[in-house]
Design a protein around this ligand. Structure first.
Ligand code: FE2
Length: 137
């Protein structure tokens, strides 16, 4: 359980479609952060996380490709690792729900926002803006 878990504008890239997706990931984290762990709907959250990694990462990569982002390959590798972990956790949940640790999933998504969204994603923002992506557009 994370105290005072509130959306913060430090997560904003200024690119509307990306920010909308990142807010959805934040909502998943808020739902995982339920103090009554037994009431968390893991089946639904894993469906949403799998859908997220399968669509959002591809959209981000297409955007980086279109702007010739020089660090695209490393970013792709980071996405592959995150996606593999999400798929593994979801598969494990579907075969043996009791084997999935609430704390582990909460820790994983917390790190995802703190290390990927706030660091790895923020690295592409100046390139995309320099290439003409309109903030909020
Ligand atoms: Fe990313």
């Amino acid at each position: 359980m994370i105290e005072d878990l509130e959306w913060d504008d430090k997560y904003l890239t200024g690119i509307a479609a990306i920010d909308r997706d990142h807010k959805n990931l934040f909502i998943i984290l808020q739902q995982l952060n339920n103090p009554r762990a037994g009431t968390v709907d893991f089946a639904d959250l894993f469906d949403r996380m799998v859908n997220y990694v399968d669509t959002h990462f591809a959209a981000e990569e297409d955007m980086m490709l279109s702007f010739g982002y020089p660090d695209l390959e490393n970013h792709r590798i980071a996405h592959k690792e995150l996606a593999a972990t999400v798929h593994q956790m979801a598969d494990l949940y579907h075969t043996d729900p009791g084997a999935v640790s609430h704390d582990e999933v909460l820790g994983f998504v917390t790190n995802w926002l703190g290390n990927h969204v706030l660091k790895v994603d923020m690295d592409y923002v100046p390139y995309l803006k320099a290439a003409g992506e309109k903030p909020g557009g």
